[in-house]
Design a protein around this ligand. Structure first.
Ligand SMILES: Cc1cc2nc3c(=O)[nH]c(=O)nc-3n(C[C@H](O)[C@H](O)[C@H](O)COP(=O)(O)O)c2cc1C
Length: 322
């Protein structure tokens, strides 16, 4: 698959996830074969006002490339101005958020944009005009069941110069719960000539294969299915390339990956913030293991890296043979 002139290899990319898919996690997913990564969304307005906190969001390390920087906003001029602010971070492409359902963002940006397809088109046109790298968009199916207009929005974005279109097959109103509407992803794929990346509920090889087959999309995007399971990309690639199916790694390996992840997190964000953020990741890594509930509670209390190492050792002992 190509995003503009950028060659993308693999079957599954890491979805942007604010508060989760930071560079430590993105690097890890890429090391397991994620086709590309996307940063956490950054506010175009905040960027143009010189917000310094956005810098951590936008920093891209070489180990995670190719990477798209995702921006959100509603004013085409401000979105275009933000391009200049993100280019020093050398993204391989830019991604425009047209799917975020969170009330704070969707008040006038994110998924709200889909209520105004002409505005979506103007935003893409203005960003493309000033961007030296390809521009992609990430949509939902629409705002609600009565307004499933992903096809119209996708066509307008393509006309305005979007190089690829990712579609999460749920409406804004559906948030994250009901089954993904594969028909709308298929309809978008049939309506545009640029690559379409299908998104929603992919957690392993078979679910990736089903989404690809039922929608005809070019690649899939994995979000929640990678939480505590960055190796999911390797599993999906193995399944789709018809090499041997890969089972979940043994517990000792899962714990080793978790520790490596959290060490990186602490290196990038400092130990105080890193260990605070580690709690949610640790809870995802230990999900499904024997004693998980009790250990999850302990993960919520960790204050040093050694606390986490101790939890990992105990979990390995308790889950021997798993
Ligand atoms: C914690 C979390 C944060 C997210 N943040 C973003 C974001 O910053 N930008 C975006 O376009 N989508 C965001 N999403 C949506 C995901 O990219 C993806 O579209 C959605 O989770 C559906 O895919 P999945 O079923 O594979 O998780 C977020 C999702 C989650 C769960």
């Amino acid at each position: 698959m190509k995003i503009g002139s950028l060659e993308i290899c693999g079957h599954a990319a890491l979805a942007p996830m604010a508060g989760v898919a930071d560079r430590a996690f993105r690097e890890l997913c890429r090391s397991y074969g994620a086709a590309y990564t996307v940063t956490e969304m950054a506010s175009a307005k905040a960027l143009t006002l010189g917000d310094r906190k956005s810098a951590e969001l936008l920093t891209v390390t070489d180990g995670e490339r190719p990477t798209g920087i995702q921006i959100f906003g509603s004013d085409p001029a401000v979105m275009a101005q933000a391009v200049e602010k993100v280019l020093p971070f050398r993204p391989e492409f830019l991604d425009i958020n047209m799917g975020c359902p969170a009330p704070k963002v969707a008040a006038n940006a994110g998924a709200r944009l889909m209520q105004d397809p002409a505005l979506c088109e103007r935003i893409v046109r203005e960003v493309v005009k000033v961007s030296p790298v390809p521009v992609t968009v990430k949509l939902r199916a629409g705002w609600d069941d009565a307004h499933k207009n992903a096809v119209e929005v996708a066509k307008r974005c393509e006309q305005a110069g979007a190089a690829a279109i990712a579609v999460h097959g749920r409406t804004r109103q559906q948030m994250y719960a009901p089954p993904v509407d594969r028909a709308i992803i298929r309809a978008v794929k049939e309506a545009v000539g640029v690559p379409v990346i299908g998104n929603g509920d992919v957690t392993d090889g078979p679910s990736a294969a089903a989404l690809l087959e039922e929608t005809g999309c070019d690649m899939v995007l994995i979000g929640r299915g990678a939480l505590g399971r960055p190796w999911v990309f390797q599993q999906v690639n193995a399944w789709l390339d018809h090499t041997a199916p890969l089972p979940e790694p043994p517990v000792a390996q899962r714990m080793a990956v978790m520790l490596k992840h959290i060490e990186k997190l602490c290196e990038y964000k400092g130990e105080r913030i890193g260990l605070r953020e580690a709690r949610k990741h640790a809870a995802w890594y230990i999900r499904g293991l024997r004693g998980a509930a009790q250990y999850r509670a302990r993960c919520g209390q960790i204050s040093t890296m050694d606390d986490l190492r101790q939890i990992a050792l105990e979990l390995i002992a308790e889950n021997q043979g798993e």
